[in-house]
Design a protein around this ligand. Structure first.
Ligand SMILES: [Zn+2]
Length: 240
């Protein structure tokens, strides 16, 4: 069952993560994830550590999210309530992370640097994004919305999908959704702004199909609108 990213009626405690602020998660339940590229460290629940590590590695990888984290602007566990409230923050359960907080401020201003590609991929693995809040946006903020069992399941999926050199199930078509579709949409938008104006949401809809067909036309490929291996190779998304 997909993880509901909008279910704010249930707390992390309801979902099996124990107590939050002021009785925050014990230090022995925490792990520190350190990214290989930027050295950014994030303290999160052990049950989420491999998932966060996999997502952070993909986020910073040039052929992945290509979004560099700034170590001094990132954080995870923090034993505190939500600002100006007495409601426990999900940071107090160590199931939330903030990415590049100066670049992605908590604000009514639309200014942020987290890309739709990065946000879409984190969401696929169960993290709600503060950029989707109504009203004031928490652009830096991602919080895990599932249970510990969901975390284990999403971890296994991410380890396969986001591995270096991973090839998705092919072809990608109207039945497809997920990170590979999001990466396809982002690549078409980046390289073909004259015809691709896709929302990078990870859903292979009719507009994605039309853009793929136009790319195939220009590349001299069979114009199916389905992204097969040769199409992804020509786009530089998988290695020949
Ligand atoms: Zn946060």
């Amino acid at each position: 069952m997909p993880i509901d990213l909008t279910d704010y009626a249930h707390t992390a405690a309801d979902r099996g993560w124990g107590s939050g602020w002021p009785n925050c998660v014990a230090g022995s339940d925490l792990a520190t994830v350190v990214s290989a590229r930027s050295g950014t460290s994030l303290a999160v629940r052990k049950a989420l550590a491999v998932l966060v590590d996999t997502l952070v590695d993909w986020t910073e990888r040039p052929e992945g999210g290509n979004y560099r984290l700034k170590p001094e602007q990132c954080g995870g566990f923090n034993c505190r309530p939500i600002d100006n409230t007495s409601v426990a923050s999900n940071h107090s359960w160590a199931i939330a992370v903030d990415l590049n907080w100066k670049d992605n401020p908590f604000s009514f201003d639309p200014q942020h640097t987290v890309t739709d590609l990065v946000a879409t991929v984190w969401k696929w693995y169960g993290f709600a994004w503060g950029g989707n809040y109504h009203g004031k946006k928490d652009w830096m903020h991602f919080e895990f919305m599932g249970t510990p069992a969901d975390a284990a399941e999403r971890t296994q999926a991410a380890l396969v999908d986001l591995a270096v050199g991973a090839v998705p199930g092919l072809p990608l078509n109207l039945d497809s959704a997920g990170p590979a579709v999001a990466m396809l949409q982002a690549r078409l938008d980046r390289d073909f702004p004259d015809f691709a104006h896709l929302v990078v949401d990870g859903d292979y809809g009719p507009k994605t199909k039309t853009a793929v067909r136009e790319f195939q036309h220009r590349a001299g490929l069979a114009e199916t609108g389905d992204a097969d291996r040769i199409t992804l190779e020509k786009l530089g998304l998988v290695s020949p």
